[in-house]
Design a protein around this ligand. Structure first.
Ligand SMILES: Nc1ncnc2c1ncn2[C@@H]1O[C@H](COP(=O)(O)OP(=O)(O)OP(=O)(O)O)[C@@H](O)[C@H]1O
Length: 719
C-alpha cells in the first residue's frame, strides 16, 4: 500500500486500494504477448480522409418538424400517452397503497441492515480480507503493518459512527413519541411517508410496485450494420461480390434518422447495383431486417443516381397502420383545378392530386383496390358541383353505383345496349371537345392566355366549359370489343391527348394492363398514374410509364396484402408510394348525397341524374350505318358534310350537336365515326345543295355502306 491510496483527509480511499490489490494480483499471474495486442481492422490507408464531394445536403430541420402532419402527430401522441398513463395509474392508487404497505416491513428491515452495515464499517471488510489473504499467500511481513493500519482506521470510524447512530436512534424515539403525543395529520403524514419509503425500499426487483401503463414494443432502432447485413442476405451477386472484396463497399451518405413513424436510411449501393434490383427482393430485405414486409419500403433517389437507395422502415406495417378518414368524407368541396387529398404516404402525410389537365390511369391485378381508388377520384370530382360526370362500370357489379345520383351518364355492365350507350356518350364527349376547342380558339387572348380551360372559365355558364370527368372501370372491355373496340380506342386516345386542356378528364382503370387492354396511345399520354400491385415489368411500365421499371419504380414489389397501396406518378417530381383513402360504398353514398345537394343548388343535375337516359334521348338511332343508308337514298356517292346535315335533320336529338360545326369539321367528324365501322371515306364528286356547284370533296360510296350493313346483319343472324 502506498501513500497514493491515502486521501487528503488522511483517511483511506477504499476503492483505489481494492483496485490496486486486484491489479497486483493479475500482474503476478498474467503475461502479455505483444502479438496478441488488438490492432485496428482498418489500416492507415482506410483511416485517410476520403476525397469528399457534396452529393446532397442534409436536412437542416429534422424531418418531424418539416411536416405539419408529422409534428401534430407527435404532439398528439405525447399528449395521448400522458392522459392514458395518468388514467391508468389513477384507478390503481388504492392497489398500489396495499402493495406498498405489504412491502414496508421488508423495506424497514433493509434500511436497518444498511444502517447497521454503515455503523460497523462493513464496506471496508473486503479490503481487510484481501490483505489477510495476500499475507497468507506471500508471507510478506510489510502486509502485517498494512493490516494493522486498516484495523486502526476501522476502529476510528466505528467509534464516531456509533455516536452518530446513538444520537439518531435517540432522536427518532423521542421524535416518534412526540408525534404520537401530538397526533393529528402530521402523525399520519409522517407515518405515510415512512411507509412509502419502506415500501419502495422493500420492493421486489422482478415485481415493480407500479406496472407500466404502456407495453413497449421491442423495436430495435435501425442501424447501418442491420442494413448492410440485410442487403447481404438478399443474395444479389453485385452486392455479395463487392462486400467480399471490401466489407465497406456499402456506404451511408447520411446518418440513419427517425422519419415520421419509422427509420430512414440512405444507402450508396456498390457500383453496378441498382435500386430496382433491391426493390425486387423486398421480401428478402424485410426478412434480413427482421421486420414485417409491410414495414420495409425500398425506394430510389433518381435525382442522384440509380444506385442511391432510400430504405424507409416503418414501426408498423403500412397496410395495418390505421389510416385517417378521408378529409372530404364528411364535409368540404373540391375544385378540380386545385389539389385535393387522395391518400397518405408511409409517414401518414397527405398525398394530394390535381385532376385538371390530367388523364388518369389506374392499374393492378384484381382485388388490390383499383376500383376503390377510381371511385374515390370520381367522388372527388362529384364534389366539384360544376363537373359533368360520366361513369362506366364494365365489371357490372355496381361498384360505381353510389355515384349514379350525380352522373350525367352512368352504366354498369357490358351488354350490347351498354356498349351502344357508352359509344353514344363518347361521341357526345368528343363532339363537345371539338366545340370547346372552337370556343377556346375564339376567346380573347387576355381571357384565355394559355389556350386552356381555367377554373374561372369553367365558372362561366354561358361558355359551357364546365369540367367533364369520364371514369371507366375495367376499360379493357371496351378496347377488346370485337365490333366497336377500334372506335372506343380512337375516341379515348383522342380524349386523352386533347381533352385535358379542354377540362375533359378521362380516367381508365384496368386489371389487365397490357397493350390490348390499355392502348399505347392512352398509356403513353396519361398524366396521372396510380399503379397498385402488378405482376411484371410490362404491366408496370404500361401503367407508370415506360422506363419506370428499369429506374427502380416497381409496383411488382407490393404484396397481395398491400391493398390500396401503390406508386403514384405524375404528381410531384418523383413517383411515390402511397395508400389511397378508403371510402366504402355506404361512405360513398353519403358523399354523393352531399355532392347532389351542391349540384341542385347550382342547377347542375343533368342527363342520367335528371332521369334522362341516352336511349330515351336517341332511341334506336345509334345505328349510324342504317341512318346513313336512310338519308342517302339512291345516290351513289355523297359528301360527308351533306350526310351530316341530313343526319342532324333526321334525328336532331342524336346528331343535332354536329350541325353547328363547319364543313371541314363535319367531314372530319363523320370520317372518324365511320372508320371503326370499317367504312372508308375518299374524294367523291358531288353537288353542293346550297349553291348547286359541283366539286370533289371527302365523302362515301353508298355501295360500301350497304355492303357493310348487309354483312353485319348476316353476322347477327338478322335479315
Ligand atoms: N385504400 C384501401 N385501403 C384498404 N383496403 C382497400 C383499399 N382499397 C381497397 N381496399 C380493399 O381491397 C378490396 C378490393 O378492392 P377493389 O374492389 O377496389 O379491387 P380491384 O382491384 O378493383 O379488384 P377487381 O379487379 O376484382 O375489381 C376491397 O374489398 C377493399 O376492402
Amino acid at each position: 500500500m502506498t501513500s497514493e491510496n491515502t486521501n487528503d483527509n488522511g483517511g483511506i480511499d477504499w476503492d483505489a486500494a481494492l483496485e490496486q490489490l486486484t491489479a497486483d494480483d493479475q500482474a503476478a499471474t498474467v503475461t502479455t504477448d505483444e502479438d496478441e495486442l488488438e490492432v485496428p481492422v482498418d489500416g492507415p490507408e482506410a483511416l485517410k480522409d476520403p476525397v469528399s464531394v457534396t452529393s446532397g445536403r442534409r436536412d437542416i430541420i429534422p424531418p418531424v418538424f418539416k411536416s405539419k402532419q408529422a409534428l401534430l402527430g407527435e404532439v398528439k401522441r405525447v399528449v395521448n400517452l400522458g392522459l392514458h398513463t395518468t388514467g391508468y395509474h389513477a384507478i390503481r392508487v388504492p392497489f398500489y397503497g396495499v402493495k406498498i404497505a405489504a412491502r414496508a416491513p421488508v423495506g424497514a428491515w433493509r434500511w436497518s441492515a444498511q444502517f447497521s452495515n454503515w455503523v460497523w464499517d462493513a464496506e471496508g471488510k473486503p479490503v481487510r480480507d484481501a490483505v489477510v489473504n495476500k499475507t497468507a499467500r506471500t508471507d510478506d511481513p510489510t502486509l502485517v503493518g498494512e493490516y494493522l493500519k486498516l484495523c486502526r482506521e476501522r476502529d476510528k470510524r466505528v467509534r464516531w459512527r456509533g455516536f452518530v447512530a446513538a444520537f439518531a436512534i435517540t432522536g427518532t424515539i423521542v421524535g416518534a413519541a412526540t408525534l404520537y403525543a401530538i397526533g393529528g395529520p402530521l402523525l399520519w403524514t409522517v407515518l405515510a411517508a415512512t411507509t412509502l419509503a419502506c415500501g419502495v425500499k422493500g420492493r421486489k426487483l422482478d415485481k415493480p410496485l407500479v406496472s407500466p401503463a404502456v407495453v413497449k414494443a421491442s423495436l430495435r432502432p435501425l442501424t447501418s450494420e442491420h442494413v448492410v447485413e440485410a442487403l447481404r442476405s438478399i443474395d444479389l451477386p453485385g452486392i455479395n461480390r463487392a462486400l467480399a472484396k471490401d466489407p465497406n463497399a456499402i456506404t451511408f451518405p447520411a446518418p440513419i434518422v427517425r422519419d415520421g413513424p419509422g427509420w430512414r436510411a440512405e444507402v450508396e449501393l456498390p457500383p453496378g447495383v441498382t435500386v430496382g434490383e433491391v426493390a425486387d427482393k423486398r421480401e428478402k430485405l424485410a426478412s434480413g431486417l427482421g421486420r414485417p414486409l409491410g414495414c420495409v419500403w425500398p425506394e430510389g433517389n433518381a435525382e442522384i443516381h440509380p444506385g442511391r437507395l432510400v430504405i424507409w422502415v416503418g414501426d408498423k406495417s403500412m397496410n395495418e397502420a390505421k389510416q385517417k378518414a378521408w378529409p372530404l368524407a364528411k364535409s368540404g368541396r373540391v375544385d378540380v383545378f386545385t389539389p385535393w387529398q387522395f391518400g397518405t404516404d408511409q409517414r401518414g402525410d397527405a398525398v394530394r392530386i390535381t385532376l385538371a389537365y390530367a388523364s388518369i390511369v389506374v392499374g393492378s391485378i384484381p382485388r388490390m383496390g383499383k376500383t376503390f381508388a377510381a371511385r374515390l377520384i370520381l367522388l372527388a370530382a362529384a364534389l366539384d358541383p360544376r363537373v359533368r360526370l360520366y361513369a362506366f362500370d364494365l365489371k357490372g357489379t355496381g361498384d360505381l353505383g353510389p355515384l349514379e345520383p350525380v352522373c350525367h351518364a352512368y352504366r354498369a355492365g357490358d351488354e350490347d345496349e351498354d356498349i351502344e350507350y357508352a359509344l353514344a356518350s363518347l361521341r357526345e364527349i368528343q363532339a363537345e371537345m371539338r366545340r370547346r376547342a372552337k370556343v377556346i380558339r375564339e376567346l380573347p387572348r387576355d381571357l384565355c392566355p394559355e389556350s386552356k380551360v381555367t377554373t374561372e372559365l369553367a365558372d362561366s355558364k354561358s361558355l359551357g366549359l364546365q369540367p367533364i370527368v369520364l371514369g371507366i372501370d375495367e376499360c379493357q372491355m371496351w378496347f377488346e370489343h370485337p365490333e366497336h373496340g377500334k372506335e372506343f380506342e380512337d375516341i379515348c386516345t383522342d380524349l386523352v391527348k386533347r381533352g385535358p386542356a379542354l377540362a375533359i378528364i378521362p380516367l381508365f382503370a384496368t386489371q389487365r394492363p397490357d397493350s390490348k387492354s390499355l392502348p399505347k396511345g392512352i398509356s403513353d399520354n396519361a398524366v396521372l398514374r396510380f399503379c397498385l400491385k402488378v405482376m411484371g415489368d410490362k404491366a408496370n411500365n404500361m401503367v407508370l410509364g415506360s422506363g419506370m421499371y428499369a429506374a427502380g419504380i416497381r409496383a411488382t414489389m407490393f404484396s397481395r396484402r398491400d391493398r390500396g397501396i401503390g406508386y403514384l406518378a405524375g404528381e410531384g417530381d418523383e413517383p411515390s408510394i402511397m395508400r389511397s383513402h378508403f371510402v366504402d360504398a355506404p361512405g360513398a353514398e353519403k358523399v354523393v348525397a352531399r355532392a347532389r345537394a351542391m349540384r341542385e343548388k347550382l342547377g347542375n343535375i343533368t342527363g342520367h341524374a335528371a332521369g334522362h337516359t341516352i336511349e330515351a334521348d336517341t332511341g334506336p338511332t345509334v345505328d349510324l350505318l342504317a341512318d346513313i343508308a336512310a338519308v342517302v337514298g339512291d345516290e351513289k356517292k355523297v359528301w360527308n358534310s351533306v350526310i351530316v346535315n341530313r343526319l342532324s335533320q333526321l334525328r336532331p336529338d342524336t346528331y343535332g350537336h354536329l350541325e353547328g360545326l363547319d364543313d371541314k369539321e363535319k367531314t372530319a367528324q363523320l370520317t372518324s365515326m365511320l372508320k371503326p365501322l370499317g367504312v372508308k371515306t375518299g374524294q367523291v364528286w358531288g353537288t353542293d345543295p346550297a349553291t348547286g356547284e359541283g366539286g370533289n370533296r371527302k365523302g362515301v360510296t353508298v355501295a360500301d355502306i350497304r355492303k357493310i350493313l348487309t354483312q353485319r346483319d348476316e353476322k347477327r343472324g338478322g335479315g
